[in-house]
Write a protein that binds this ligand. Structure first.
Ligand code: ATP
Ligand code: MG
Length: 217
């Protein structure tokens, strides 16, 4: 295995409130890492920093051996090349169909054969006969699958997910876990997921616990 992401000694405060102290994390290519921890421990803050959506006060971040870019255009390109995001609430665009929602990041990144890749994930996730529905005409679980397919269509190397099962019942949550495992297996994708679900933490390749902004053994 080789290292995809290397984050070293990250610190972050909001005003005079410290949120992350000296947090380091490496993620191997294709690895599935679960992050757990109490509310307010800094999980989302860490995920945003790993995703280049927020900057640490100090520390370093490398993706594929290269430091994270800082120029806005380079950051956009970097995100499009390496990262996919899944959030607790999936924020599908209500006026676009399922297939259009899935294709959107690929179209934005001017990727070739977006539709082909979108269809591949739609089939893998069993939503290929729902693709011309609007989000409002889909069940919660179908919407979640559309959101995961959308996060994967541009072939990211790392999927970051912040409590993606937070609003799902336990069966749906397990379905979503299998989908992410499927994605991991099919495309050598690394996954870092913040989760409250015990089973997710248990079945991940590695599970880390954050407390008051530092790792706990
Ligand atoms: N933009 C912000 N401005 C000020 N304080 C913030 C900001 N974002 C987060 N915080 C504070 O930083 C701390 C960590 O927040 P964070 O969202 O990372 O926690 P979390 O572990 O994701 O919690 P939860 O499980 O509730 O989602 C909290 O005390 C929060 O109030
Ligand atoms: Mg959070």
């Amino acid at each position: 295995m080789s290292i995809l992401l290397r984050a070293s000694n990250l610190t972050k405060s909001y005003g005079d409130i410290p949120v992350l102290h000296d947090v380091s994390l490496t993620v191997e290519r294709g690895e599935f890492v679960a992050i757990t921890g109490p509310s307010g421990s800094g999980k989302s803050t860490l995920l945003h920093i790993l995703g280049g959506l927020d900057q640490p006060d100090s520390g370093s971040l490398y993706m594929d051996g290269q430091p994270y870019p800082t120029a806005p255009k380079a950051v956009d390109r970097f995100r499009n090349q390496f990262l996919g995001f899944v959030f607790q609430f999936h924020h599908l665009l209500p006026e676009f169909t399922a297939i259009e929602n899935i294709c959107m990041p690929g179209w934005v990144g001017k990727q070739k054969e977006v539709e082909k890749e979108a269809l591949r994930w739609a089939k893998a996730f069993g939503i290929e006969d729902r693709l011309h529905h609007l989000p409002g005409q889909l069940s919660g679980g179908e919407q979640q699958r559309v959101a995961v397919a959308r996060a994967l269509v541009h072939k990211p190397k790392l999927l970051l997910a912040d409590e993606p099962s937070g609003n799902l019942d336990s069966q749906r949550s397990e379905e979503l876990f299998s989908l992410l495992k499927e994605a991991q297996k099919h495309s050598d994708l690394a996954v870092v997921v913040v989760t409250h679900a015990e089973t997710w933490a248990k079945h991940a390749d590695r599970s880390m616990h954050l407390r008051d902004g530092t790792w706990q053994a």
